[in-house]
Design a protein around this ligand. Structure first.
Ligand SMILES: NC(=O)c1ccc[n+]([C@@H]2O[C@H](COP(=O)([O-])OP(=O)(O)OC[C@H]3O[C@@H](n4cnc5c(N)ncnc54)[C@H](O)[C@@H]3O)[C@@H](O)[C@H]2O)c1
Ligand SMILES: N[C@H](C(=O)O)[C@H](O)COP(=O)(O)O
Length: 338
């Protein structure tokens, strides 16, 4: 078993604080050993812990250090002022992500877990990817994924009985105005295949049942309220059913996420960002996890963002980061047996 590689995220956000808190809660848990890839000063700046950092030369040392010190694989960079986003940190943020991906591709880390980044801060520094998901897809390009390649964004959270809601997205970080035009048969087909592959391999569900959201109110009401369901989504679903997959036609999204409906499927394919993410983050914001499907590496992240409004106040909850670390280990175990 190899450690998990945790990225810094935006050092002015709550990432460094929840990293310390997550480590303090998990340090008795060797299978969740992780190393943060960060400038040590960025972690010291927000530390309220009596425990030290362990500066590593090699990520494999994380497991031995994990019980008594926060393991750090050091990179260059500076501490940030909590709450004050600054594009000056962009290079450090992206270097942390690149290093984590390299460690995972080399098999030195079992998964990458990312702390949150503020997209607009990176855009101001010239970052050309909409978010982690697309950036990770580019960093892993050319390395085969174990099932239909993504990247596809999935958010997952447990209900009160610990049954997971899992929602993958056909489109991710694009303006709502362009969503309909982006929903081609290829896009929907590819996302559905990736999601079905992930439910089997990453989540261990042998014959996954996939429910598909329509785009329009009432899934188009037989074409009267929109035709994407008839023209694009349903033909894809029919083709996948003819191959033996258990997948619905486009269903009205507003009635797909209540408790009884959630018992009828193992995963949902949503057509756009908020359609899929609102139900998950509403179900349990503090245990929600973002998973990138269809990569050659395992990647998870908390479902929350940089929360600049509370950074530095000591009140950020580490629960979602802890859930992301647990989910990363769970998926790695399904994929690799450890
Ligand atoms: N995984 C990621 O990298 C990721 C995920 C979502 C948003 N973002 C980015 O984060 C930035 C801010 O996004 P936002 O304001 O929409 O969402 P946010 O999740 O940062 O904050 C939403 C609200 O939830 C609160 N909150 C968030 N996490 C919390 C925690 N752990 N404990 C207690 N309260 C918490 C915040 O204080 C805020 O009031 C954006 O730039 C966005 O791009 C990044
Ligand atoms: N869309 C995600 C969310 O709202 O939770 C978030 O922006 C993170 O996306 P990346 O993992 O692609 O950065």
């Amino acid at each position: 078993m190899r450690p998990l590689a945790l990225t810094l995220g935006d050092p002015a956000g709550i990432g460094p604080e929840v990293t310390w808190k997550a480590w303090e809660r998990l340090r008795g848990n060797p299978e969740l050993a992780f190393a943060v890839i960060a400038p040590p000063s960025a972690l010291k700046r927000v530390s309220r812990s009596e425990h030290p950092l362990a500066l590593l030369e090699d990520i494999s040392e994380a497991s031995d250090q994990f019980s008594h010190a926060l393991p750090v694989l050091p990179i260059e960079g500076n501490a940030a002022i909590p709450g004050q986003a600054d594009p000056v940190h962009a290079d450090t943020i992206t270097r942390s992500i690149q290093t984590a991906v390299t460690q995972a591709l080399l098999g030195q880390a079992d998964a990458v877990v990312t702390n949150p980044i503020a997209k607009d801060v990176l855009y101001r520094a010239g970052f050309s990817f909409p978010g982690h998901t697309e950036y990770l897809g580019a960093l892993c390009k050319g390395v085969a994924a174990p099932y239909h390649p993504g990247p596809v964004m999935m958010l997952t959270a447990p209900d009160s009985e610990n049954r997971d809601l899992r929602v993958g997205l056909a489109t991710i970080h694009i303006p709502l105005q362009t969503t309909s035009g982006s929903l081609t048969p290829d896009v929907v087909m590819s996302a559905a295949r990736t999601l079905l592959g992930a439910l089997k391999l990453d989540f261990g569900i042998e014959n996954p049942r996939l429910a598909v959201c329509g785009l329009n109110p009432h899934a188009g009401e037989n074409g009267a309220l929109g035709t994407e369901e008839q023209d694009v989504i349903n033909p894809v679903c029919r083709l996948l059913r003819s191959e033996g997959h258990d997948i619905s036609d486009a269903l009205p999204a507003d009635t797909l996420f209540h408790a009884e409906a959630r018992l009828t499927y193992d995963g949902v394919l949503a057509m756009y960002h908020d359609q899929g993410l609102i139900p998950v983050k509403t179900l349990d914001f503090h245990r929600g996890v973002n998973v990138t499907l269809g990569l050659p590496i395992v990647r998870t992240s908390p479902d929350h963002g940089t929360a600049f409004n509370i950074a530095g106040q000591g009140i950020a909850r580490p629960d979602s980061l802890i859930a992301a670390l647990r989910k990363a280990r769970e998926i790695a175990t399904h994929r690799h047996g450890h």
